[in-house]
Design a protein around this ligand. Structure first.
Ligand SMILES: Cc1cc2nc3c(=O)[nH]c(=O)nc-3n(C[C@H](O)[C@H](O)[C@H](O)COP(=O)(O)O)c2cc1C
Length: 322
C-alpha cells in the first residue's frame, strides 16, 4: 500500500515538503495545495515558485488545480506538464464556503452534468494526459455519490482519491466507509483512501479493510506527526533531534521562499497548530508561540517547546487547537 501526503493549503507547501522528505520520508507522492487558475491564464510568480521542480527536488509531486472552467483547466494543466510534471490533480473536495459558492471544489459536485461535460472537454483537449481526481461523496448527502461514480468511471481518470464525507459534513462526524467500498468496486482506475488516519494503527486498519486500494492519503495526521508515514511502514516515532532539524529546515525554507522572516511566522504557527499534538500539554509555552509576531519571539517560543517539552510516547492528531 502506498502512502500519499495530502495537499493542505497553508501547511504542506514546498518548504514543508522538502524538509519532510529529507528528515522523515516514507511518502510515495506529495500532492501540492491547489492552484486556482483565472481567466487571464497567467501563473503568478508565487505559484510558479511553489511548483518549480527545482524547489521540489528528490520526490514525486502532483500539482493540483481548483477549477470549474475546462479551458482554464486545460491551459493550467499544459503549463504544469510543460514544467515536467507527469500528473495533474483536480480538486473536487474543498468544502470551503467561498470556493463552493463559485461551484468549485466540492461545490462542483452539485453539477454532475457540467462535470461530465468538463471531463469530455478536458480529455479531448489533453489526450493521454495523466489527470487524477480528489473528491468528496457529494454536496448534501452521500446518495449523490452513485451518480458521480458513473461519471468518474466513464472517463480515463488516472487515479481517484476519495474523502468519504459530503461537503455539508465539513470535517464533522465519522467517514462513510461503505461509500469508499463502492468506489473500489466501481472504478476501473486505482483508488486511494483519504480521511481521519491519524495514527499508524488507524492507517494499518484502513490498509486491512481496503486491500484493493492503491494508497492511503494522510493529511492532518501527517501535518501533526511528520513521522506518521514512516510509522505506518513499521518505522519509529519522531525523535526530538529530528523534530528540531525538521523545524529548522521548514523555517529556513519559508524565509527563503516567502522572502521575509515576517511572512514565515504565520505559516509556522499554522503548522504548529497540528504539530503541538506531539508534545505533552504545555499551554503557557504554546500560548507564547501562538501570540508571537516577530521572528525572534517566534523562534524563541518554538525553541522552548522543541527543547524542553516531553514528547508523547504515542497518539496523533486530536483536532485543531488541541
Ligand atoms: C488546512 C487544510 C488545507 C487543505 N487544503 C487542501 C487543498 O489545497 N487541496 C485539497 O484537495 N484538499 C485540501 N485539504 C483537505 C485535505 O487534503 C484532506 O482531504 C482532508 O484534510 C482529510 O484528510 P485527513 O483526515 O487525513 O486530514 C485541506 C485540509 C485542511 C485541514
Amino acid at each position: 500500500m502506498q502512502i500519499y501526503s495530502a495537499p493542505m493549503e497553508g501547511v504542506t507547501a514546498a518548504p514543508w515538503r522538502r524538509a519532510h522528505n529529507e528528515v522523515f520520508g516514507g511518502v510515495d507522492k506529495y500532492f501540492a495545495p491547489f492552484f486556482s487558475p483565472t481567466r487571464e491564464h497567467v501563473m503568478p510568480p508565487r505559484v510558479r515558485r511553489e511548483l518549480l521542480p527545482a524547489n521540489n527536488p528528490g520526490f514525486t509531486l502532483v500539482p493540483q488545480l481548483l477549477c470549474r472552467d475546462p479551458d482554464d483547466f486545460v491551459w493550467a494543466a499544459r503549463e504544469i506538464f510543460g514544467m515536467g510534471y507527469g500528473e495533474v490533480n483536480l480538486n473536487l473536495g474543498c468544502p470551503s464556503g467561498t470556493v463552493a459558492a463559485k461551484g468549485k471544489g466540492a461545490g462542483f459536485l452539485a453539477f454532475p452534468d457540467e462535470l461530465d461535460a468538463f471531463f469530455g472537454r478536458v480529455f479531448s483537449e489533453l489526450p493521454g494526459a495523466k489527470i487524477s481526481v480528489k473528491t468528496r461523496l457529494g454536496v448534501e448527502e452521500p446518495g449523490e455519490f452513485e451518480r458521480l461514480l458513473d461519471i468518474f468511471a466513464r472517463w480515463p481518470i488516472s487515479e481517484l482519491t476519495v474523502h468519504p464525507r459530503v461537503r455539508r459534513d465539513m470535517y464533522r462526524g465519522g467517514t462513510r466507509e461503505g461509500y469508499f467500498q463502492a468506489a473500489l468496486r466501481r472504478m476501473p482506475c486505482p483508488v486511494c483512501y483519504n480521511g481521519d488516519l491519524f495514527t499508524a494503527a488507524a492507517a494499518g486498519r484502513a490498509a486491512g479493510r481496503y486491500p484493493g486500494a492503491r494508497a492511503l492519503m494522510l493529511g492532518r495526521g501527517l501535518a501533526a506527526d511528520p513521522a506518521l508515514a514512516r510509522e505506518t511502514a513499521g518505522g519509529g516515532r519522531a525523535s526530538r533531534e529530528e523534530l528540531e532539524r525538521f523545524h529548522a529546515l521548514v523555517w529556513e525554507g519559508c524565509v527563503r521562499d516567502f522572502g521575509a522572516a515576517g511572512a514565515a511566522v504565520p505559516r509556522m504557527k499554522e503548522l504548529w497548530s497540528y504539530m503541538i499534538c506531539l508534545f505533552e500539554p504545555c499551554k503557557p509555552l504554546y500560548k507564547q508561540l501562538a501570540q508571537s509576531k516577530r521572528a525572534g519571539d517566534y523562534l524563541a517560543a518554538a525553541g522552548n517547546i522543541l527543547s524542553s517539552v516531553p514528547l508523547k510516547p504515542d497518539g496523533g492528531y486530536e483536532g485543531a487547537g488541541a
